[in-house]
Design a protein around this ligand. Structure first.
Ligand SMILES: O=C(O)CCC(=O)C(=O)O
Length: 286
């Protein structure tokens, strides 16, 4: 199904679009950047990949592209702080905004990598909140061929559903988390995006994506936004404030890195990953 590009009102979602998000649990395509700007960001990423495949870091470069990449890579932090994205996010979760994590989801050309159908909030220790939204920005064409995201309309109205861990080597998720619900093909809405376009989805939305059979990489940046009312119910975690104020004190604040992979940011990245891992393992046992 093809959706028309959303016509924003002064860079913001209209009331009708907000209602559609509330009813469907996702919204796309939202044009954020011109194609040229998206291609420039992609080039910057690819220069980083090339340079740091030859320079030793505590972990392989791929590990830093996932999880809280915004803590170590200024490029990712700058995307997460972009006012054009925050203006959209503000309509959904309010004026006070934190980034819980921002990461790349990359499928190499002709790769069988997939993302099993899942709900994000299953393992994040935030309960079933609507004060969390993910923005997914395409830096290359994301379509049926390249394995774009697929959404199940209205599925965010469920509670957190039981999930299995497939531990499949094809999965881009840490444990191959998969919701234990059969999803027919005609229930899957393919969120096709051009470079520079974005989708947003609710944390309880059932979503995933198929393999990339195209001749290009499929590159997306997924940014997990929360408002300060969110409570990490398992252990206190970290977040990067990007708009408004946080007088709730539920998260340890950190700033965007000034330099790529500085010693200070690598130490912080390790701490954030350890804290998030603790949350994932507690949630898994429950
Ligand atoms: O990039 C994908 O295919 C899936 C991303 C995803 O699951 C997410 O952003 O929550």
């Amino acid at each position: 199904m093809k959706f028309e590009t959303k016509q924003l009102s002064d860079g913001k979602l209209t009331t009708q679009m907000i209602d559609q998000y509330k009813s469907d649990g996702f919204l796309y395509p939202i044009k954020i950047l011109e194609i040229e700007e998206a291609c420039t960001l992609r080039k910057e990423l690819e220069l980083i990949e090339e340079k740091y495949s030859k320079i030793e870091l505590p972990k392989p470069i791929d590990a830093y592209k996932r999880g809280p990449a915004n803590a170590v890579i200024p490029l990712v932090a700058n995307i997460a702080k972009d006012d054009r994205i925050l203006d959209i996010v503000e309509s959904i979760i309010g004026t006070n905004i934190l980034v819980w994590a921002a990461e790349f989801f990359i499928k190499e050309k002709k790769s069988d990598n997939i993302v099993e159908m899942h709900q994000d909030l299953t393992y994040w220790g935030m309960g079933e909140t609507s004060a969390q939204v993910t923005a997914w920005l395409a830096l290359s064409p994301s379509n049926k061929e390249s394995g774009c995201m697929e959404f199940v309309k209205g599925s965010h109205k469920n509670k957190i559903l039981p999930h299995n861990n497939t531990y499949s080597s094809k999965s881009l998720l840490s444990r191959g988390q998969e919701v234990q619900v059969a999803i027919a093909n005609d229930q899957r809405i393919l969120a096709e995006l051009q470079p520079g376009q974005m989708s947003i989805h609710h944390g309880l939305m059932i979503h995933g994506s198929g393999p990339n059979i195209s001749n290009d990489r499929r590159i997306g940046v997924a940014i997990r936004y929360i408002n300060p009312d969110v409570v990490q119910n398992t252990s206190k975690s970290y977040a990067m404030p990007v708009r408004g104020i946080d007088n709730r004190g539920n998260f340890i604040h950190y700033s965007a890195p000034k330099e790529i992979f500085s010693n200070e940011s690598l130490k912080l990245h390790k701490e954030i990953c350890e804290s998030q891992q603790k949350i994932f393992s507690i949630e898994k046992r429950n």
